[in-house]
Ligand binder design. Structure first.
Ligand SMILES: C[S@@+](CC[C@H](N)C(=O)[O-])C[C@H]1O[C@@H](n2cnc3c(N)ncnc32)[C@H](O)[C@@H]1O
Ligand SMILES: O=S(=O)(c1ccc2c(c1)CN[C@@H](CF)C2)N1CCSCC1
Length: 274
């Protein structure tokens, strides 16, 4: 009883932190140079986009539905998957993030970030000319079917009728679970909750921060993060009913440590639901 109360308080405290999340600041801190520098081979952006491209295109994917868990205001995470799955659902806890995504998808302008360099880079990975980015943008706008509210701390994170009864064919989730969980146990529980949205044999692409204990989501908006290492990620995956296919790690170079967080590395996981 006391333990359950403690869990609820920890989750509630995390949710309170997110009331001040600033999408535009978050994008500026993480998705513009020096972190998002396409001219540098050792930049983290080409590495992450290459991990996603390889994972989506190596021939073991099947099905129609891809769900992005905790999309935030970002789209890079589905730029490869949108060529493989005919239906994509984006999800986030905050309406301000769902609005940011809607603005881009409805091509209304006033977006907080220009995703063109990301679209062009993914086109290059696909062997297409960079100018095909307009076709990729159109494809993404065509396959994204909805932008839904989600809470990974609920045993049923989405509305009951959000997915087909069998579940999604693939999940992708980037920098979400460790950034919204008060501790490792909550991270592992959340991993299990989203696993229930995935059909058996479906794939999970999980990207996250290693060694991170906080990040800023706006001026003075400091959000605690569960500091993870590779072994903890692997143990949580196993405990939550996944089989690891591949784990890749990127260690941030000193110049990418820009004061907006204390992340030391980024992991990329491709796993399969048992
Ligand atoms: C660090 S951001 C990650 C955003 C994006 N996926 C990326 O790759 O940058 C974490 C996201 O989790 C969302 N979030 C916060 N609490 C959540 C919850 N309980 N369930 C699902 N998402 C949540 C936040 O609104 C935010 O968009
Ligand atoms: O890996 S990043 O540097 C990155 C991107 C996002 C985040 C972090 C790091 C660390 N703090 C997280 C807090 F949740 C958010 N990167 C930014 C440029 S595009 C590829 C991803």
């Amino acid at each position: 009883m006391m333990e359950e109360k403690g869990r609820e308080n920890g989750v509630a405290a995390m949710k309170a932190c997110y009331r001040r999340f600033d999408p535009a600041a978050y994008l500026q801190y993480n998705y513009t140079p020096p972190r998002a520098d396409f001219t540098r081979k050792d930049s983290i952006v080409p590495w992450k986009l290459a991990c996603l491209h390889r994972a989506f295109t190596e021939g073991d994917m099947s099905g129609e539905l891809l769900v992005d868990i905790g999309s935030g205001p970002t789209l890079y995470q589905v730029m490869s998957g949108c060529e493989v799955f005919s239906k994509v659902l984006l999800t986030d806890f905050l309406e301000v993030n769902r609005q940011e995504l809607r603005r881009w998808l409805q091509d209304e302008g006033q977006c907080s970030l220009d995703w063109t360099p990301y679209l062009q880079h993914v086109c290059k990975l696909e062997g297409r000319r960079p100018s095909a980015w307009t076709e990729k943008a159109a494809k993404l706008r065509q396959v994204v079917a909805d932008i839904l509210p989600i809470d990974v701390h609920c045993s049923q994170p989405l509305a009951p009728d959000a997915l087909p009864s069998v579940g999604a064919d693939c999940l992708v989730s980037c920098f979400c679970l460790e950034s919204v969980s008060p501790d490792l146990a909550a991270f592992t529980r959340a991993l299990g909750h989203i696993g229930k949205l995935l059909r058996p044999g479906g794939h999970l692409m999980l990207i996250g921060a290693l060694g991170e204990s906080y990040y800023f989501a706006g001026p003075g908006v400091r959000i605690p993060v569960v500091p993870l290492n590779e072994a903890q990620v692997c143990t949580s995956l196993k405990e939550s009913g996944y089989t690891l296919i591949r784990l890749e790690v990127y260690t941030l170079t000193q110049d990418m440590r820009v004061g907006v967080d204390d992340v030391t590395g980024v992991f990329f996981v491709k796993a399969k639901k048992d």
